[in-house]
Design a protein around this ligand. Structure first.
Ligand SMILES: CC(C)(COP(=O)(O)OP(=O)(O)OC[C@H]1O[C@@H](n2cnc3c(N)ncnc32)[C@H](O)[C@@H]1OP(=O)(O)O)[C@@H](O)C(=O)NCCC(=O)NCCS
Length: 207
């Protein structure tokens, strides 16, 4: 948002200073200020409208997702995503799914999908012998959004679900080594806990 306003200001300064070289500086400055205030109001209103859909969206648990749409781990099929207590959550708005986040439950932090698979199988087997509550750590191994704001919303809402549960005590990601993933999780309040050979882990302590 700050970046948008900075660009607007720069454009106004260049427009008014180029075309009005004969006007005195104070007059130009006042015109820029007035114009900037007006543009800022219009931009803020448009951004509010842009995210309005979020108010009508809900988080739902899904029995499957369209894995071809997953930009992070399209190779994982729905069987993988729903076996051993694993879960798929979606952001539903007007009957359509706009964002998806997939979870596995473990007792350790995986550095690869292979480790994630083994660790969540292990936690699942232990849970059968114990209390049917699989793993203490929720690992988000993919998230994607087709509508702006959906990714942020799903992180926030799933975090609330995890806080409410009585057996999960950590929310950690198994993220690709991309700048997008890094910026996305850091901007949502996560901390980077580990950078691995092919992945990175972030932890949500508060959202
Ligand atoms: C990352 C993603 C889920 C974010 O979706 P979103 O919350 O709905 O919303 P936004 O597009 O507003 O992005 C939120 C933040 O993510 C980061 N981000 C998004 N796209 C980015 C890009 N192309 N490059 C770098 N950072 C990016 C930014 O920090 C952005 O905040 P900003 O707009 O204030 O800079 C979505 O862009 C997506 O589906 N990406 C592809 C899959 C992916 O990489 N998932 C994350 C790793 S598991």
């Amino acid at each position: 948002m700050k970046e948008i306003f900075k660009n607007v200001k720069e454009k106004l300064v260049s427009k008014y200073t180029n075309n009005n070289s004969s006007e005195n500086t104070k007059k130009i400055k006042n015109r820029i200020k007035a114009r900037f205030r007006k543009n800022k109001q219009i931009i803020s209103k448009n951004i509010d409208n842009f995210f309005d859909w979020i108010k009508g969206a809900e988080i739902v648990e899904l029995s499957e997702c369209n894995t071809n749409e997953d930009p992070v781990r399209p190779e994982l099929d729905n069987k993988f995503r729903t076996s051993y207590g694993r879960k798929i959550y979606g952001v539903k708005f007007k009957g359509e799914i706009h964002a998806v986040m997939c979870f596995a439950f473990t007792n350790e932090i995986p550095k690869t999908v292979e480790e994630l698979d083994l660790m969540s199988k292990d936690a699942f087997i232990q849970s059968i012998r114990r209390d049917y509550q699989v793993g203490k750590i929720a690992i988000a191994y993919t998230v994607w959004s087709k509508k702006k704001g959906g990714g942020k919303l799903i992180v926030k809402e799933v975090y609330k679900l995890i806080k409410k549960s009585n057996h999960l005590n950590r929310l950690i990601t198994l993220s690709p080594l991309t700048e997008m993933a890094r910026r996305f999780h850091l901007s949502n309040g996560a901390i980077q806990i580990q950078v691995n050979e092919t992945t990175q882990n972030f932890e949500y302590e508060k959202v």
